[in-house]
Each structure stands twice: as C-alpha cells, then as structure tokens.
Design a protein around this ligand. Structure first.
Ligand SMILES: [Zn+2]
Length: 80
C-alpha cells in the first residue's frame, strides 16, 4: 500500500462529515459529489460512523481495485 493512501484514509477518518459512501461500490467520496466517480451511482450512505469504518478499512486493507484517487493527475505522475 502506498503511504499516501493511509494519509488519505486518516484525513477522512478525522473529518467524516465531508465524505460519504457510495451505496453501490462502497467508495469513499466527497460529500458534495453528485454521483460516484468510480461507478457513477447516485445512491449514498452519509452515516459518518460508516464513513469512518470504511476509512479505517482503507488504511489497513490492501488495495484491490483502481479507484478514482489513482486516476487523479497528481497520482498518475508518480508512476513515471
Ligand atoms: Zn460507486
């Protein structure tokens, strides 16, 4: 796991009110997002306890899929 991923997870866990979960794929996304950037669903779980649990899972479990975080321009530059 990349250390940045743990940092992102920590940021989310410390401030879950700015995030929500995609009810379809479970991705953690910005609270004001209109649809999930990973699967384009528009049903969400805004329970902050669930967001914190998902962030802690993200910090300790290996990444198993490409997420929208990986596709951001700043992260894509890391692989060069
Ligand atoms: Zn999704």
């Amino acid at each position: 796991m990349k250390p940045e991923r743990r940092e992102i997870a920590t940021t989310i866990a410390n401030d879950p009110t700015n995030y929500k979960l995609c009810a379809v794929c479970g991705a953690i996304i910005a609270r004001d997002a209109a649809s999930c950037p990973d699967c384009y669903a528009y049903r969400f779980d805004t329970d902050t306890t669930h967001v914190q649990d998902a962030a802690l899972d993200m910090a300790i479990k290996p990444q198993t899929a490409v997420s929208h975080f990986d596709l951001m321009a700043e992260n894509a530059e890391d692989s060069e």
